[in-house]
Design a protein around this ligand. Structure first.
Ligand code: ASP
Ligand code: MG
Length: 426
């Protein structure tokens, strides 16, 4: 018998029929003797629907007053789905109770619409579990020090589930979703992509931060910090499949780098089209330049990703970096308006038709030549690399967006990801 946390995404909770399926699945685990805490998302589309209603009345506002009401509103989605799940469990003859975030309580700071969890009180939930109940805790929400309802950012139910699992010291946190695990890359781009039976927490973090939308990134950070064993699996298997089979399906996010995992040099290919490139040309090459450019960008609240500065020639250099596409125009305007004249640079140019493609793998730590293999593969395809950045377990390149799919497919083949899923992940 173990304490297990299940999280169900919006699609899994999308209709009363699906909620009944979730209830039957949870009941199966409960009857097998496990203590069950369940964290659901709102029914699919509900959060969007609610937020759209608010925007009909008043477009997005920056102040706390508006953010507070958005959270008050959006949190109702999870309150409804949680109560429905409790009712569905009761219909299965299971003693079940649901709690909103503030009732647990899940305490957060007061950063409305993107609050951070500060602590979770487990007393109430533990008492219910001890009394044999299934406990349902709303995803996505908490309560600030003044008792206001907060939400954790879009996709935040993943983080709620992991945080509850950490606070309760659960044996495992199972994230049930509409895909059956984490793949070597997006199967819509590479049909040969394979499900990974295991992926290390660090690899998952890199993949999640690079546009692989399976888990909210903050939930992965949380799992890493508190060492919560995490599994991503499908909620579309029949609810009555064998429990042991279900318990070992999907992708396990592991912490030990076991031997099997080390055999794969690259575990996955991540990519995104969310960025744009900005270059400041003909900058005088003297101390403080990077700060003058990037300081101004940071002051405008724009996040910078890949950065390169060229060797200088005749005392001038070029300086390039990437920003989110949504910030592209703002960054160009800012540099042209303020920074360019102050710096005496020649020009500011940009390109928002780029993409970033990355190879990710903890095996890169212990193998040399992985990056050059990547570069050769891209060169064989005639793809020009515009920028490069590396970390211990990742190499990313910025290329023309029109070659993205070609690059991802070629790299997937180059690193044998079409075949090796079994060896990676025994
Ligand atoms: N319902 C929230 C959203 O749609 C939270 C979640 O589903 O994780 O973003
Ligand atoms: Mg989600």
């Amino acid at each position: 018998m173990a304490l297990i946390v299940h999280k169900y995404g919006g699609t899994s909770m999308g209709s009363t029929e699906r909620i009944r399926n979730v209830a039957r699945r949870v009941a199966k685990w409960h009857k097998a003797g496990h203590q069950m805490v369940v964290v659901p998302s709102a029914m699919s589309g509900e959060t969007n629907r609610l937020l759209a209603l608010a925007k009909e009345l008043q477009p997005a506002q920056l102040g706390k007053a508006y953010g507070r009401e958005l959270d008050m509103l959006a949190a109702t989605g999870e309150q409804a789905s949680s109560a429905l799940l409790a009712i569905a469990l009761q219909a299965e003859g299971i003693d079940a109770v649901s709690y909103a975030g503030w009732q647990v309580p899940i305490k957060t700071n007061d950063a409305y619409t993107k609050a951070r969890i500060e602590s979770i009180d487990d007393v109430r939930v533990r008492a219910d579990l001890a009394a044999g109940k299934v406990v349902i805790v709303t995803g996505f929400q908490g309560v600030d020090p003044d008792g206001n309802i907060t939400t954790l950012g879009r996709g935040g139910s993943d983080t709620s589930a992991v945080a509850v699992a950490a606070a309760m010291k659960a044996a495992e946190c199972l994230i049930y979703t509409d895909v059956d695990g984490v793949y070597t890359t997006d199967p819509r781009v590479v049909p040969e992509a394979k499900r990974l039976e295991r992926v290390s927490f660090e690899e998952m973090l890199e993949m999640a931060s690079m546009g692989s939308k399976v888990l909210q990134i903050r939930s992965v950070e949380f799992a890493g910090k508190y060492k919560v064993p995490l599994r991503v699996l499908s909620s579309f298997t029949p609810w009555d499949i064998d429990l042991n089979e279900e318990a070992s399906s999907g992708t396990l996010i592991t912490f030990e780098e076991d031997e099997d995992m080390e055999r794969a040099v690259v575990s996955g290919i991540a990519f995104n089209r969310d960025e744009a490139k900005v270059s400041v040309l003909g900058v005088p090459d003297k101390p403080g330049i990077a700060y003058q450019i990037l300081g101004a960008v940071a002051a405008a609240n724009v996040e910078v990703d890949v950065i390169i500065q060229n060797l200088s020639k005749d005392g001038k250099t070029d300086f390039s970096f990437t920003v989110h596409r949504n910030d592209f125009q703002k960054t160009l305007d800012l540099l042209k308006g303020q920074v360019l004249p102050a710096l005496g640079a020649a020009d500011v140019v940009g390109d928002n038709r780029i993409c970033k493609v990355s190879i990710v793998g903890i095996g890169m730590r212990s193998h040399v030549g992985v990056a050059s293999r990547m570069f050769k593969c891209l060169s064989d395809e005639g793809i020009n690399i515009q920028m490069i950045s590396t970390s211990e377990i990742k190499t990313s390149v910025v290329i023309d967006e029109k070659y993205m799919e070609l690059a991802v497919r070629a790299l997937h083949r180059e690193f044998d990801l079409d075949q090796t899923a079994d060896t990676i992940s025994k």
